[in-house]
Design a protein around this ligand. Structure first.
Ligand SMILES: [Cu+2]
Length: 172
């Protein structure tokens, strides 16, 4: 029996060494971009999170609907609030209320759930936020385009998950 050679590996060829260097530099670049793009990229929506109980949040949303309701669509209240604090509540399996917002005005959109985890996904813009019971997630938004935008739930939340579609209407 022969012992294996002491040095069994072969030195890297020039091409392999260069590809490794290139891959390493690219990894460093991408790693640096993660924190940098958080500050310099313009894709991050300003958001703050507060604690809230489902009961407190539900009470706020009910008061908000009572104050600014202008109609109803398939049993869901339609609300036209002034700029400032606006609310959307997630529950199995609906988003409440339907919001009517104005182009160019700034709103603080409060999102929370009263039962399980849901996902707020604004289509077709594809903005995505976690909606969790116990947390009031406040997103500052200024609509720039008029139209009807749909809110779908992108966190599987039970048998009616695929029916959970909300709406934001933006007008001039
Ligand atoms: Cu869902």
């Amino acid at each position: 029996m022969l012992a294996p050679p002491r040095v069994w590996w072969k030195p890297l060829g020039r091409l392999e060494r260069n590809w490794l260097k290139l891959a390493f530099v690219w990894c460093v670049f991408l790693t640096a971009m993660m924190p940098l793009w958080f500050y310099f990229g313009r894709q991050n929506v300003p958001a703050k999170t507060y604690r809230v109980t489902p009961e407190q949040f539900q009470a706020k949303v009910e008061a908000f609907i009572a104050e600014y309701q202008v109609g109803e669509e398939k049993g869901i209240p339609v609300v036209e609030p002034p700029p400032g604090d606006v609310f959307m509540l997630a529950r199995m399996w609906q988003w409440q209320p339907i919001l009517k917002l104005k182009v160019g005005e700034t709103y603080r959109l409060h999102l929370s759930s009263v039962d399980v985890q849901h996902g707020f996904s604004l289509q077709p813009l594809n903005l995505n936020f976690m909606v969790l019971p116990g947390y009031d997630y406040v997103v500052t938004i200024t609509p720039t385009t008029e139209g009807e935008f749909y809110v779908i739930c992108n966190e599987f939340c039970g048998i009616g998950h695929h029916l959970m579609i909300g709406k934001i209407i933006v007008t001039k």
